[in-house]
Design a protein around this ligand. Structure first.
Ligand SMILES: [Zn+2]
Length: 274
């Protein structure tokens, strides 16, 4: 997830100002996150087991109907420096394998991912975004090396989502320069493994929950615009189409997906009424 100018949308300013406006405020939030990690006792009103904001998200049945494949050592091999994979590269929609080997190769990949995340001003990064299709994400909402806390989540699963849904102006390193509002649950309870393979559970809220859900979507092949309302999507359609054109120019291949295929709701309504 890209480190954005968080308050592009004036309507969000009031909502998020207390938590996110200042770096010190983010640090405070993250201190709480650190404490949560150690106690796993922070809970909001969570009683959903599936995300309540899936309206525009196609179920990626390949992920749901087959048993998860396990990554081989070759799947985890990376050649630094890593580069960010941009939309609409099909790598971003490919299946991501589970990790069951927790060795030096994995640690090297994690180090490289943090490296590219900081260099690109990110606060979260998933493995498919650097061309490695495995279930791994790293994040640090402080966005600066040496500040906040570096979090590594492997094979994460969501147990519960909060009832409360909140908007946030998100960016994504795979969509350079594009920011738009996305609705997501305010908090989540998750299970995952750490870099040593140790299983743990944690509840996240505010910015850590936001970053986690964005990166978790990447591990399911879901991209942030999949969750946008039609109105919000309309505001970035041209930018998405420009990325699709850039992909064709760069690779000489036809774009593997096109935003144009997602119908505009207004047009559909008009057609129905005529
Ligand atoms: Zn992203």
């Amino acid at each position: 997830m890209a480190c954005a100018t968080w308050f592009n949308s004036s309507s969000l300013t009031h909502t998020f100002l207390p938590v996110l406006y200042r770096q010190t405020a983010v640090s405070t939030t993250f201190l709480r996150f650190s404490r949560i990690c150690s106690t796993s006792r922070f809970f909001s009103s969570m009683n959903r087991t599936s995300s309540p904001v899936l309206g525009h998200v196609k179920r990626r049945d390949a992920f749901l109907s087959k048993e998860d494949q396990v990554a081989s050592p070759a799947d985890l091999r990376c050649e630094p420096p890593l580069k960010i994979v941009e939309y609409p590269d099909p790598i971003l929609r490919a299946r991501n394998k589970k990790i069951d080997t927790f060795d030096e190769n994995l640690k090297k990949l994690v180090d490289e991912m943090f490296d590219v995340m900081y260099k690109t001003d990110g606060i979260g990064l998933s493995a498919p975004q650097v061309g490695i299709n495995v279930q791994l994400m790293v994040f640090n909402p402080a966005g600066e090396r040496g500040e906040g806390e570096e979090i590594v989540l492997i094979n994460p699963k969501v147990n519960k989502y909060s009832k409360k849904i909140v908007p946030f102006n998100e960016g994504c390193l795979s969509f350079p320069g594009i920011y738009a509002d996305v609705l997501r649950p305010e908090s989540v309870k998750i299970d995952a493994r750490d870099i040593n393979g140790t299983r743990f559970s944690v509840s996240l809220s505010a910015l850590p929950a936001r970053v986690f859900q964005h990166e978790f979507d990447h591990l399911q092949g879901i991209l942030f615009f999949d969750r946008m309302t039609d109105e919000v999507l309309d505001s970035i359609r041209e930018q998405l189409e420009a990325l699709e054109k850039k992909y064709e120019d760069k690779t000489g291949l036809p774009r593997p997906e096109r935003i144009e295929a997602r119908k505009r709701r207004k047009a559909a309504v008009g057609f129905g009424k005529s």
